[in-house]
Design a protein around this ligand. Structure first.
Ligand code: ADP
Length: 404
């Protein structure tokens, strides 16, 4: 099936065009500066032909039309008519307490998605514009929504209810939702295949470490806990996000700095983490380079992240009463060898024996690799994530079922 996977942001729309039967991506690209100018960059991956243009893109509808035109272009496209775009799969950041799995778009689904605006205003607004854009540009093409939070909806109450009055859980829907669920689901699924055991007998900790980072406990193929919370600010320190801290720090800083609630939110999202601690950069590569030059604060930032990941591994091993595998994925998890080594060293109590030589000897392009020694009780894997593939697969499954 030909599936267009769309990731709509407030001023951008990223896309990948999959042939799920062949298991390949035929084209991909991005529309940027939607509503504030406009630029499209498109690449046909079978021929390598590219198209780039700075053109006024007033809306997500117009962006979607441009994408469809690119896909149908005789020179750099890959279909000859719109009918060949058989389905659209959307990445949706927040499904709130309403969506527990991927769903086919209907009026009722769209109405429920509107209710998620409160929980992730910027993302949800952008997703709705992307969906409406596709409805207008490709009327009649089935659309599927795939939620980043859905994989975490299996967390039991003891893992997702916070220590605030229960009425706030009921009335304001305040709870741990988690994020990166599609990535955690994908790599956990790959790890289960590598372990070669029935999913129900597996206990896995997935570490999605990128600009945003989250760690999940996956017991029997289902998420039982995750480090991100009500928002993606929670958990370990990230590129620019603070991660977990005493909540009393929030009003304290607000008073000291004279921040409004939205300024404080912006501060915790944009000025903290690697950037705030190191004073250098939010990018792990810059932090590694500074460490190599002897910068103490860069080292501290990396030490904090390492320590926090170790603590999550310990906590989740306890929560699951066991551990078969740890998975590293996303930008940092896939690329930063030193961090993987630092996380896995001195973990022999947990039965983790890390193969440093294999880790250091890894050559690009990286593919799924086992980084633990043969005698290690717990396997350590590096598995490149592929959220788009997961979205395409869900979309195909739901749309194929319609035809039966
Ligand atoms: P996002 O959360 O925005 O999707 P990514 O998963 O792309 O982010 O991760 C970005 C992080 O991964 C950055 O800190 C970056 O330094 C790190 N990273 C990406 N590529 C590499 C690389 N080739 N080598 C080292 N680190 C990398």
């Amino acid at each position: 099936m030909n599936v267009l996977v769309v990731n709509a942001g407030s001023s951008s729309l990223k896309y990948q065009f999959f042939d799920t039967t062949e298991g390949i991506v035929k084209a991909k690209g991005i529309c940027e500066r939607i509503g504030i100018g406009g630029k499209i960059s498109h690449k046909q991956l079978l021929t390598g032909k590219e198209y780039e243009a700075e053109i006024e893109i007033a809306s997500h509808t117009q962006a979607t039309r441009l994408v469809v035109e690119c896909l149908m272009n005789p020179e750099y496209g890959c279909v000859s008519s719109m009918k060949e775009i058989e389905a659209v799969g959307h990445r949706i950041v927040h499904g709130g307490p309403y969506f527990f799995e991927s769903v086919l778009l209907t009026d009722d689904v769209l109405a429920k998605l509107e209710l998620c605006r409160d929980l992730a205003p910027l993302h949800t607004g952008a997703h709705i514009m992307g969906i409406k854009g596709c409805l207008e540009a490709m009327p009649g093409t089935p659309q599927v929504l795939v939620f980043d939070t859905a994989f975490h909806s299996t967390m039991p109450k003891k893992a997702h209810v916070y220590g605030v009055p229960y009425e706030m859980y009921e009335n304001y829907k305040i709870r741990r939702y988690g994020a990166h669920g599609t990535s955690h689901r994908f790599v956990a699924g790959e790890a289960i295949k590598l372990l070669g055991k029935p999913a129900k007998d597996t206990k896995i900790i997935t570490c999605h470490l990128g600009n945003g980072s989250s760690i999940s406990a996956v017991d029997g193929g289902k998420c039982v806990d995750t480090s991100m919370g009500f928002t993606p600010l929670a958990g370990v320190i990230m590129g620019t996000r603070c991660g977990d801290m005493d909540p009393a720090v929030v009003p304290f800083i607000m008073e000291k700095e004279g921040f409004t609630p939205s300024e404080m939110n912006e501060f915790m999202n944009k000025k903290c983490g690697f950037l705030g601690i190191s004073g250098i950069s939010s990018d792990c590569r810059d932090i590694e380079a500074a460490i190599a030059e002897g910068n103490e604060r860069a080292k501290l930032a990396m030490d904090i992240l390492t320590y926090q990941i170790k603590k999550f591994i310990g906590a989740y091993t306890a929560a699951m009463n066991g551990l078969d595998a740890i998975v590293f994925t996303a930008g940092i998890g896939e690329n930063t060898k030193a961090l993987r080594e630092a996380v896995c060293e001195n973990m022999d109590f947990f039965g983790i024996s890390f193969d440093k030589e294999k880790n250091n000897g890894m050559k690009r392009p990286y593919s799924a690799t086992c980084l633990s020694t043969p005698e290690s009780k717990v396997k350590v894997y590096m598995i490149p994530t592929n959220e788009e593939l997961m979205i395409a697969a869900d979309t195909e499954e739901i749309v194929s079922a319609l035809k039966k």
